[in-house]
Design a protein around this ligand. Structure first.
Ligand code: ADP
Length: 301
């Protein structure tokens, strides 16, 4: 079974002709409200693929929280770990202009109140999970607490997004650490506090990240696929050529699919190949959770 520890947000999206400057008001399209947040996205993606999945997260006692819970249940996620109350549900206020450029304000809300104590109280979920997957849209100390509760023999997968320098204890638990280009650069630049230039070679990032302590590293490269790296070697995983229409949530689909396959006993390389196929389907459809395929749809690709 898979346990996702992470965020749940309502994404409030308005299309505009032009994003407003300071002091300016612009009129936009009708409001669209989508369930989102990296934790909620990953849990939905995994459940759609057929994995038994639970989500440890916190939402507010409000309409956005109910929307998120409904989306989790509809996808087949066990919602027992979704805690309610303490602050309003996290929200992302998104304006998008006709060229697709956006401006986003995030209110973490209840995500910021998911505490190490909440992790300790969910010990039963950890005991039942072969793979635990996390991101960084909840407090770092909560994610660090999660790796202290892994069941014997279970595996921890981290997508450090939004990126920040990571403590050694967390890095050493990752198998794998999954990063895109931006995340790789931020984590490497912060590693020695120097902000040093880390170069433009993804193989170099993978090796440098491994030197920080994770047992394995995956670098996702968008349409270029991904790299899978262990201390002994680096392997390229090809992407699937598709007509991309919306890359929102592709990284979350990739991470969830990889975690699912690891939980089913696949090797990291096999899991990354499957994840690249899932990511490819996700970018051919609009939205995040709405874009995630079932296992049958991935097989049909
Ligand atoms: P993030 O969304 O975190 O920036 P990426 O853009 O690297 O992550 O995408 C994650 C994965 O999704 C990629 O490794 C790849 O497998 C798949 N993917 C993303 N964009 C495309 C694309 N245009 N064509 C095919 N696959 C893609």
């Amino acid at each position: 079974d898979l346990l996702v520890v992470g965020s749940a947000n309502a994404d409030l999206v308005i299309g505009v002709e032009r994003r407003p400057a300071a002091g300016e008001t612009v009129l936009g399209s009708d409001l669209a409200v989508h369930p989102g947040g990296k934790g909620a996205n990953q849990a939905v993606a995994a459940a759609r693929l057929g994995a038994r999945t639970a989500l440890l997260a916190r939402v507010g006692d409000d309409a956005h929280g109910r929307l998120l819970l409904d989306a989790q249940r509809a996808a087949g996620v066990d919602p027992v770990g979704v805690l309610v109350g303490g602050a309003p549900t996290g929200v992302a206020l998104i304006t998008v202009d006709p060229s697709g450029d956006n401006s986003i304000v995030v209110s973490p809300g209840a995500n910021g109140r998911l505490t190490p104590e909440d992790v300790r109280a969910a010990a039963g979920l950890f005991q039942a999970s072969r793979v635990v997957s996390a991101q960084l849209e909840v407090p770092l100390e909560t994610v660090v607490e999660a790796v202290r509760h892994l069941a014997p023999g279970s595996r921890f997968v981290l997508n450090p997004s939004p990126p920040r320098p990571l403590p050694r204890e967390l890095l050493e638990a990752c198998d794998p650490l999954i990063v895109n280009e931006h995340e790789a650069k931020v984590i490497l630049a912060g590693a020695d506090g120097s902000g040093a230039d880390v170069g433009e070679d993804p193989q170099g990032w993978a090796r440098a990240l491994l030197a920080l302590g994770p047992r394995s590293v995956v670098v996702t490269l968008g349409a270029e696929g991904a790299l899978v790296a262990w201390p002994e070697r680096v392997v390229r995983v090809p992407s699937v050529t598709v007509d991309a229409v919306d890359t929102t949530g592709a990284g979350d689909a990739f991470t969830a699919a990889l975690a699912c396959r690891l939980g089913a006993g696949a090797s990291l390389q096999e899991a990354a190949r499957y994840a690249a196929r899932v990511g490819a389907v996700a970018v051919t459809r609009h939205g995040a959770q709405e874009s995630y395929p079932t296992a049958a749809e991935v097989d049909a690709l």
